[in-house]
Write a protein that binds this ligand. Structure first.
Ligand code: SF4
Ligand code: SF4
Ligand code: SF4
Length: 303
């Protein structure tokens, strides 16, 4: 085990790993030495770092987290690197390159529990829009020398490549849910994360229903709760950043969007955002696109 930098979150209170025997918290409780705490690693793949920032944004709880685990690998927060194996790995981002594929297998091999965090890691992220596009064309438009790039035709969630113990949704993840996952891990229990829809949270808050009152589209009925119905609380429709809920009835929602007068192209776009690659949203968007193609062919008549 090596600690290359004795500062930052990996070594709370500036105590080096070598020095860290047992030290005391301000309120007198003994903090076990780093070597006695479960090792936490935080990994990044194709992503914007927003979910890792959610962990750093847990200001009030961050010291407690740092004292309960040994933050062994977290480049967003510290240059200190402690070798694996790791008791818990949090993985942000999607798989978009051949190197990613190799790396996620290595991470899985050295992780006890592996939890994916955020829409990129659990559904492929906004970058999964490439799954419906010509990646070679994108490359040739964006890069002067696309021949130097090694990339895959698709952006896929981590679970498409290795076994994942738990998937935490959101773009970004909700910090209270992130702390719940860490607490569950430390106490050896299942995280208490709701799988019902945003509509439930919306009703609990007493919000006026956005599509009913204004005719704006809202993905709340098919989206997993967790954000506290943030968008409807400010009078705008949910755009599904927590991904599909357990039993998402997208057929019914699509009918409602048609009734609201949305053109097929717009409905496809509604399903294809941060969780475009989530199977329920991908299937719903494909069904709308296929239906629109069939209708257009019928209108054209026999060739
Ligand atoms: S899920 Fe959203 S916030 Fe998290 S890394 Fe991906 S794009 Fe960023
Ligand atoms: S505003 Fe959206 S999330 Fe809230 S109850 Fe209406 S459909 Fe559901
Ligand atoms: S209401 Fe929908 S889009 Fe807004 S934060 Fe919640 S899940 Fe995301």
């Amino acid at each position: 085990m090596t600690a290359t930098a004795p500062h930052g979150l990996a070594e709370p209170h500036g105590v080096t790993e070598e020095q860290a025997q047992t030290h005391s918290h301000a309120h007198g409780e003994e903090v076990p030495p780093a070597s006695a705490r479960p090792k936490l690693a935080v990994w990044k793949f194709a992503s914007c770092d927003g979910c890792q920032l959610s962990l750093l944004n847990c200001e009030d709880e961050l010291l407690s987290i740092a004292e309960a685990v040994h933050i062994a690998y977290f480049p967003e927060a510290t240059r200190a690197v402690v070798e694996g194996p790791y008791a818990l790995s949090l993985v942000e981002g999607s798989i978009t390159t051949p190197d990613d594929v190799r790396r996620i297998h290595e991470i899985r091999a050295q992780s006890g529990v592996l939890v994916t965090i955020g829409a990129c890691a659990t559904a492929g992220g906004i970058q999964a829009l490439r799954n419906w596009a010509d990646v070679d064309e994108y490359r040739s438009v964006v890069y002067a020398h696309p021949e130097y790039l090694r990339t895959l035709d698709t952006s896929t969630p981590i679970a498409s490549h290795v076994d994942v113990d738990y998937e935490l949704r959101g773009c970004p993840v909700d910090k209270k849910q992130l702390i719940e996952v860490l607490a569950a891990f430390l106490n050896g229990r299942k995280p208490r994360i709701p799988t019902y829809s945003v509509c439930v949270e919306c009703k609990l808050k007493g919000n006026v229903c956005v599509p009913v009152a204004t005719g704006q589209p809202c993905l709340g009925p098919v989206t997993q709760a967790g954000c506290g119905a943030l968008c409807p609380s400010y009078g705008r429709g949910c755009y599904g950043c927590f991904g599909p809920q357990d039993s998402a009835n997208t057929e019914s929602l699509t009918r409602q969007l048609v009734e609201l007068g949305m053109p097929a192209d717009d409905i496809v776009r509604v399903y294809r955002t941060f969780n475009a690659g989530a199977p329920a949203f991908a299937a719903a968007s494909d069904a709308v696109a296929a239906d629109a193609r069939d209708r257009a062919a019928q209108e054209r008549g026999p060739e």
